[in-house]
Ligand binder design. Structure first.
Ligand SMILES: *[C@@H]1O[C@H](CO)[C@@H](O)[C@H](O)[C@H]1NC(C)=O
Ligand SMILES: *[C@@H]1O[C@H](CO)[C@@H](O)[C@H](O)[C@H]1NC(C)=O
Ligand SMILES: *[C@@H]1O[C@H](CO)[C@@H](O)[C@H](O)[C@H]1NC(C)=O
Length: 289
């Protein structure tokens, strides 16, 4: 609630700029639309004098951000429904001799869209983490993302819900549809190759899950004859999660509790995690029931 109090004046600003350009609203010096995206997980002082400037919609309930646990369920659902993400890795400081990358990019990050699938829950018990939100990759040795991780880089993976803008409703009547108000999440961690040789059971579970999302990837399955590129199965071990649910005050923005991220399952959460709901119990903006 404290974040809400701090950020509603900014909502008033944005609304004023978008909808009511002729009506001046007193604002705190230095505030701009950027503060719309600030971290609401930090506690902030209550400013009653600023609250006098806030807009008051009919439905105050609608302005209340979902709890952090509900947001974590939304984030796990976003992962479960995503088939691609943007992976960021760092070029090594000392690139191998045969790396045809300019020396200037050493130590810089590169962000590349990659195929992913949330396959962990579909794997046999001996290799699964139980469906803990570690994304699965069919990685190509030749791909820059996986060359960098092989050279020791960590990885971050960004997912978003922006393609669903046209299914969503405006924040208020008269407010424009806004991708900036839709969820995105960045996972931080490292790549771990599945230990070879994989059991036949594991291999077929990985294929069934991954090819369901990416039928074309059958062409570069590991060990495939005539495959254009050598590949391997890998998981991203998630160690941190940064969430931007949408506009501050209406959604949570900040670092998630990773134990909660890992403890969520499709139908339920593990004992001691959240309130027992699973990611199947929430919907992302614009999703039909
Ligand atoms: C990767 O991240 C871990 C923290 O999870 C950190 O300890 C390690 O130094 C990082 N590795 C590199 C190469 O940056
Ligand atoms: C969303 O709707 C607008 C207006 O009808 C259209 O121009 C745009 O292409 C649509 N975007 C998507 C992703 O479908
Ligand atoms: C994260 O969630 C777990 C499980 O609900 C809880 O025990 C732990 O205290 C939380 N950690 C923080 C830093 O809030």
């Amino acid at each position: 609630m404290t974040g809400l109090h701090r950020l509603l004046p900014t909502v008033a600003l944005v609304l004023t700029q978008c909808i009511l350009p002729t009506i001046a609203v007193p604002l705190t010096a230095g505030e701009d639309t950027q503060t719309f995206l600030t971290d609401t997980s930090a506690s902030s002082p209550y400013h009653p004098e600023q609250d006098a400037d806030t807009i008051h919609t009919e439905n105050a309930e609608a302005q209340r951000a979902p709890s952090w646990f509900t947001s974590t369920l939304m984030a796990r659902r976003l992962l479960a429904l995503s088939t691609t993400g943007v992976a960021s890795t760092i070029f090594p400081q000392d690139p191998p001799e045969n790396a045809r990358t300019p020396p200037e990019v050493a130590g810089q990050s590169i962000s590349l869209k990659e195929y992913i699938s949330d396959c962990d829950a579909a794997l046999p018990a001996d290799i699964s983490e139980g469906g803990n939100g570690d994304p699965t990759f069919l990685a190509l040795h030749v791909a820059t993302t996986f060359r960098n991780t092989a050279a020791g880089s960590n990885i971050s993976l960004s997912l978003d819900w922006w393609d669903h803008l046209n299914d969503t409703e405006p924040l208020f009547p008269g407010f424009p549809l806004s991708p900036a108000g839709l969820p995105r999440v960045t996972l931080f961690g490292h790549i771990e190759e599945f230990p070879a040789p994989l059991s036949r059971e594991t291999e077929s579970a990985l294929q069934a899950c991954y090819l369901d999302a990416h039928p074309d990837a059958r062409v570069w399955l590991p060990g495939r004859p005539h495959s254009p590129h050598a590949s391997f199965w890998a998981r991203m071990v998630v160690t941190q999660v940064y969430w931007i649910g949408g506009f501050g005050g209406f959604q949570q923005i900040g670092w998630m509790n990773v134990s909660e991220w890992k403890g969520v399952r499709r139908e339920a959460s593990l004992p001691g995690i959240g309130d027992g709901r699973g990611w199947a119990d929430v919907r992302l903006p614009g999703e039909k029931d």
